[in-house]
Design a protein around this ligand. Sequence first.
Ligand code: ADQ
Length: 471
Amino acid sequence: MSHTYDFVVAANRLPVDRVTGEDGNEEWRRSPGGLVTAMDAVMRGRDGAWVGWAGDPGEAPAPFDDAGMHLHPVPLSEQEIADYYEGHSNDTLWPVYHDVIITPTFKRSWRGAYRAVNKRFAQACADVAAEGATVWVHDYQLQLVPEMLRELRPDLRIGWFNHIPFPAVELFAQLPGREEILEGLLGADFLGFQRTEDAGNFLRAVRQYLDLDVTGDVVDLGDRAVRATAVPISIDTEGLRAVLDTDEVQARAREIREQLGNPDKILLGVDRLDYTKGIRHRLKAFGELLADGQLDPTKHKLIQVATPSRERVKAYMDLRDQVELTVGRINGDFSRIGATALTYMHQSFDRAEMAAMFAAADVMLVTPLRDGMNLVAKEYVTCCPADGALVLSEFTGAATELGEAYMCNPHDLTGLKQVIMKAITAPSDDREQRMSALRSTVSTATVQEWAKHYLAALQAAPARPEDEVGS
Ligand code: ADQ
């Protein structure tokens, strides 16, 4: 029998990308995300495996060891990428879970593919997990895995974490197959959410559609119980600070200011190009502030980084067109030769360049219409000047913890403009006081603490009756 593992992570993607090295050979490079860093801390000293898609269609590469863990690729065909990933995950579940900002697409064939891929993930977890192992399943792409896995392997301790919001029952109600999703999740022992409100929405849906008893945050299934509660994710504060504190990044931050002509204020937006992030609302507010004369294009510069994302999904293509049209209009109206009002970049950057941008920015604009957490807000707090100002949407998970930010409702354009002006014009001691409070929150609640806290809650989740009898 092949080797099995005591700790297994299952996520849509493996934590590595296949790249072509300088010598022309293909190699695996660790992806930079926070989840990978968090798992580093928990994988250390454990016998750990990661189950996920390797990123290319067709046959999966053979399992291999890399980045200090066993990597177990799950194959996805071209059709499954279209139906399970781009379709059901990103064009049905994503909009429903983000307040139906755009109209979700419901397709029966997508649901079939979602079920089939979830089954494959469950089987892969069952194959690599040792007797009594802990399996941590991630996110909305894999909501059926907990139940499917429990059926295959009742001996496992199973957790699931939702990186995105869980919608209000009135919106969740629209989802064809809503009972199947709830039952899928209840296969876990413990369910983690970004906010107490998200866990509450899930528990209300369980009560309403499965007619189960819920006491506090525990669902009673008769033969066992499932706990659903908030465990807010964070960032690798220390790792990011180490990048920030290099001479190169400090020099680069100064260079960015110079390249923009040493303006009075640099405003910054950093998001995946996603309709949930409120990029259009933010640009409209900036454009109006320039038109009103409240901002001066020679003194106030906006950098907007929009990371390419889900480029084969129609809603994302449309958003890109709208954003780029607005950027063009603003620059057409307000730029001068050698002085662009708005610098727009549809590109990915390494962590050093991101840290330098955060360090150069006086005001960070985080204005999503809905966001599970928003790590960019926490990254800015970690890297910004001592009197940096964070404008933060109430509709982010981060708003729960980062109450000292300049809070905004991005749907209220007049209000959003006022909050941006408040952040720009506030006395420096007001900005410093707020930022120092924000920093102390972000420096203690790190992604490593999040993972530890999650796993402790998973182990402590209500035991199965036979465990109690046996012990
Ligand atoms: P995302 O929607 O991707 O994550 P976010 O939390 O902001 O949103 O994380 C994005 C990450 O990508 C940040 O670490 C950011 O620095 C990085 N990034 C963004 N643009 C980049 C660029 N151009 N180049 C390089 N890096 C870039 C989902 C949920 C969130 C939740 C996270 C974690 O939607 O709500 O906070 O998962 O749970």
